[in-house]
Ligand binder design. Structure first.
Ligand code: EPU
Length: 315
């Protein structure tokens, strides 16, 4: 059997992991935008031991991608030619440790971590209430909202490299900046240790309600969207204007390509009205970037991760 066939037949996969894989799995249902093609393979893993085992055996030439709840990603219509890895089971665990620290698995929802911290009178993690993703995604992109970002509260992260070696990484190791992480792209985060502080549970709950209210009134939280589309530019380059202000100035609020539209409510969000393709959403985003550049001379940078390949005729 040649190398390609061996890959397709998953000959390399240890017997105990065979029940954890499915082929040709649609990704649209698991992303917020509800668009995108299929993953060649989807692995659903429940333990770190399984992930280590998988990565130890996975051939080098098989691309791999860890996907959480798909809140800040745009999967292209041609899908992902490779292995998509989704974490469940023990990866969703959240525990409280000494000194008001919280340990959270990569599959734990940021919102769930905020709620857990509140119940345990651990303050400082309220901002996670405003982030619609998982801890794994937050570690990967230094997610942030309402005045804080993940790196501000991170003590250390546990991750597994492409050869299956599990390690602990400090904040400095991960080279964080605004909405970015300098760690190797194929490092898979499995856990975060977060720093909290003693606080009154009612005060934490009140702060979380404020965040919920601010978010629900200013962002299209009940639509098919991918969160903020573009990063807020460096204020020195944009004269202090945020991405949405530049988009508004360029006349893009409400702009449409097919069933994809720039949100009327918050114009740094793109909306899929139901039948949009990934290609329409991406073209709309590029159209906005061009119009903003033309009008304001500021080049917006995508915050949404665009993944996979475009659909070509005959596929
Ligand atoms: N606003 C408008 N019209 C608009 C958009 C916003 O009037 O079309 C107003 C809002 O009502 C609000 C203010 O502008 O009073 C600021 O809006 P928002 O709080 O949404 O701030 P932002 O700079 O657009 C950033 C993050 C968000 C995060 C919020 C809150 C980036 C790219 N985005 O948005 O993060 O939730 O601050 O802290 O940094 C995300 O990254 O996916 C995300 C949603």
């Amino acid at each position: 059997m040649n190398r390609q066939t061996a890959l397709e037949e998953l000959e390399w996969l240890p017997e105990q992991l065979k029940q954890r894989v499915e082929r040709n799995v649609p990704l649209a249902p698991i992303t917020w935008f509800r668009v995108g093609g299929n993953a060649s393979y989807m692995f659903r893993l429940k333990t770190k031991a399984e992930l280590v085992e998988l990565l130890r055996h996975m051939p080098d030439n098989l691309p791999r991608l860890a996907l959480g709840v798909g809140s800040n990603v745009l999967i292209r219509d041609g899908g992902v030619a490779g292995a998509v890895i989704r974490l469940a089971g023990e990866f969703g665990a959240i525990t409280v440790e000494a000194d008001h620290c919280i340990r959270a698995g990569a599959a734990a929802l940021d919102v769930a971590v905020a709620r857990f911290a509140q119940k345990n009178s651990v303050g400082g993690l309220e901002f996670l209430r405003g982030i619609p993703g998982t801890i794994g995604g937050a570690l990967r992109m230094n997610a942030g909202a309402y005045g804080h970002e993940l790196k501000d509260v991170l003590i250390e992260a546990t991750a597994i490299d492409r050869r299956g070696n599990m390690g602990t990484y400090s904040v400095a190791d991960l080279k964080y900046a605004y909405r970015s992480c300098g760690a190797a792209a194929d490092l898979i985060f499995v856990e975060a240790l977060l720093r909290g502080q003693p606080a009154n549970a009612d005060d934490i709950a009140a702060r979380m309600s404020e965040i919920t209210e601010a978010r629900e009134s200013s962002q299209p939280v009940r639509s098919r969207t991918g969160g903020s589309t573009f990063k807020n530019p460096d204020p020195d380059l944009s004269g202090g204007r945020r991405a949405w202000e530049l988009i508004d100035e360029a006349g893009c609020r409400g702009l449409r390509v097919g069933d994809a539209q720039v949100s009327e409510h918050h114009c740094n969000f793109l909306i899929n009205h139901g039948q949009a393709t990934a290609q329409e959403l991406e073209s709309l985003g590029e159209l906005v970037r061009n119009k903003v550049l033309e009008k304001t001379s500021v080049q917006l940078e995508w915050e949404i991760k665009r993944l996979g390949r475009e659909k070509t005729d005959g596929r």
